[in-house]
Design a protein around this ligand. Structure first.
Ligand code: NAI
Length: 547
């Protein structure tokens, strides 16, 4: 895509504009024409050489947090180079700009702060949100990722420090699906915090107040949503890392009003569902015969189950039959009908059984084919549990999805070791390949970055007015189709990240097709060659010639 705004800036201003700066790659002609002569060292270099320098410096940093800081400052200096480095080294860099390192960066946000990035809206701004959105310099914003910082990854309430999350997610929108950086708007709603450590930290940069609750909080969210409709009427709003009671409420409230989705619920569901589809290509069993035991009945867990149920219904089960194949364990034990403490989203999954707290007893009674961990409880898939799964299944499906890596329900090594290498394993955060009994296993990462960028691109391309579950089902299937037989042979149930642009394009196609089929697309008429049209929208991190 051509630059969205051709900037007429020169000299130091050009060097300090990250979206236009090329650093030492400005050509001789450009240096003369744009008043840069003398402001740069004499030798003109290529973007490839600049990448080499960046990677060399990056690899010398002693901690992942240092690497994060280095990459963010590159993004602040030279956006094109940043995205080229990210895109061509996704395996190495995604864990630095997103989970797990971004979790650490959020915890330290006030301490490592250099420059602001994204838009901060606080509870003091009530009544003025539209005017704050007007301050955002890029009027072309098409994708907004918003958090209120209450449940950052599995790390809890990080409030204003949570800004790392929308910033990181949008960097992935650009790298993975080519959404132009000028179309991305990260937003953090600072409504206070209950985190004592932050409230007493002199370097904390958010409001020093307790969280807003009730009607005042809801009114602020309402005002934000209306202000976005006014200022950026074509924008997709992605809710991110809200606490689970709010996430479910807002999804229900806004999904039929505006173009929005919740990645923790729907994105996670689609990526996990795609993983299950791929795993079933290995076990050669239909979805409708699976029995899934979820650890964690929150946004991630019930979101996945909802999609699994939709998939089972497509295979011929009734909704009730499908739900009976999904059992949940939460912090109080098995989710059963007699419990009076169940939140609304858990009720459809409550089973007519006595309350059991012993996890092994639940496994013995249910005989699951898959364990899906979304509990934020590290190590909850114990040696005994994994051994029991291996006893009752030839190829047990074990997904330890909690983030960051330190929160995973089990490590990749344990999953393979305690199942004699028979587990089909995926995690939320990355694990290195594992060698066990002379075999190499490549753990799949059920990374939401496989799904949300492509869905976003499909929504932007079709200018869909809503985001529907049908789009996520189609996205999950498109993702599973991108897994090759060779990947499956290595136990890998997601495609390599190196293929991410191809994957995102396929998902965008699937999403846009649903938007057109469901009559939600506003980009009309439908392009005759949708694939070519979608590709033409994708940002390529290559330098433009200015003169
Ligand atoms: P949530 O707060 O909505 O849900 C957590 C659930 O875990 C609750 O139902 C809670 O009762 C349950 N839980 C707590 N202690 C437990 C215990 N001892 N045994 C069983 N269950 C227990 O959080 P959400 O959004 O569902 O996220 C959960 C985890 O999933 C987080 O660690 C998050 O990072 C991860 N996640 C992973 C994704 C991925 O891999 N692609 C995407 C989104 C979330």
């Amino acid at each position: 895509m051509a630059p969205l705004t051709l900037k007429k800036i020169t000299g130091p201003e050009l060097l300090h504009d990250p979206s236009a700066n090329k650093g030492t790659a400005f050509t001789e002609k450009e240096r003369d024409a744009l008043g840069l002569r003398g402001l740069l060292p004499p030798r003109v270099t290529t973007q490839e050489l600049q990448m080499e320098r960046v990677l060399d410096n990056l690899r010398k940093k002693s901690s992942t947090l240092e690497k994060y800081i280095y990459l963010v400052s590159l993004q602040d200096r030279n956006e094109t180079l940043f995205y080229r480095v990210v895109l061509e080294n996704l395996d190495e860099i995604m864990p630095l700009i997103y989970t797990p390192t971004v979790g650490w960066a959020c915890q330290e946000y006030g301490h490592i702060f250099r420059r602001p990035r994204g838009l901060f809206i606080s509870s003091r701004d009530t009544g003025k949100i539209a005017s704050i959105l007007k301050n955002w310099p890029n009027r072309q914003a098409r994708v907004i990722v918003v958090t209120d910082g209450e449940r950052i990854l599995g790390l809890g309430d990080l409030a204003a420090n949570g800004m790392g999350i929308p910033v990181g997610k949008l960097a992935l929108y650009t790298a993975c699906a080519g959404i132009h950086p000028a179309q991305c708007l990260p937003v953090t709603l600072d409504v206070g915090t209950e985190n004592e450590k932050l409230l007493t930290d002199p370097l904390y940069l958010g409001l020093r107040q307790r969280r807003l609750h009730g009607a005042v909080y809801d009114d602020l969210i309402d005002e934000f949503i209306s202000a976005v409709q006014q200022e950026f009427p074509n924008a997709l709003i992605q809710f991110e890392d809200f606490a689970n009671h709010n996430a479910f409420r807002f999804l229900k409230k806004y999904r039929n009003q505006v173009c929005t989705f919740n990645d923790d619920i729907q994105g996670t569901a689609a990526v996990a569902f795609a993983g299950i589809y791929s795993a079933l290509r290995i076990t050669r069993k239909p979805l409708k015969e699976q029995k899934l035991l979820f650890f964690g009945a929150g946004e991630a867990g019930t979101g996945i189950a909802d999609l699994v149920v939709a998939g089972m219904v497509e295979e011929g089960l009734t909704e009730a039959e499908a739900r009976r194949r999904c059992w949940f364990i939460d912090s109080s034990g098995l989710v059963v009908k007699s419990r009076m403490d169940l939140a609304e989203h858990k009720v459809p999954y409550a089973v007519d059984r006595p309350l059991i707290n012993d996890h092994l007893a639940v496994i013995d009674s249910f005989a699951p084919t898959a364990l899906i961990g979304a509990s934020g409880q590290p190590g909850i898939f114990t040696e005994t549990i994994l051994q029991r799964m291996a006893k009752i299944n030839e190829r047990p499906i074990i997904f330890a999805l909690s983030n960051p890596t330190s929160m995973a329900e089990c490590t990749a090594e344990d999953a393979y070791r305690y199942t004699e290498g028979r587990a089909i394993f995926a995690s939320g955060s990355p694990f290195a390949p594992v060698t066990s009994n002379g075999r190499i296993f490549v753990p799949g990462q059920g990374n939401n970055a496989y799904i949300f960028p492509g869905v976003g691109l499909g929504v932007v391309a079709s200018q869909s007015r809503r985001v529907t579950d049908g789009m996520f089902l189609a996205a999950a299937r498109a993702l599973a189709r991108e897994v090759s037989e060779k990947d499956l042979e290595m136990g890998r149930i997601y495609p390599p990240l190196a293929k991410i642009r191809q994957v995102s394009t396929a998902i965008a196609m699937a999403t846009a097709e649903v938007a057109y089929r469901q009559g939600l697309a506003s980009h009309l008429p439908k392009p005759a060659h949708l694939h070519t049209y979608i590709e033409s929208l994708m940002y390529e991190p290559r330098y433009e010639n200015y003169v």
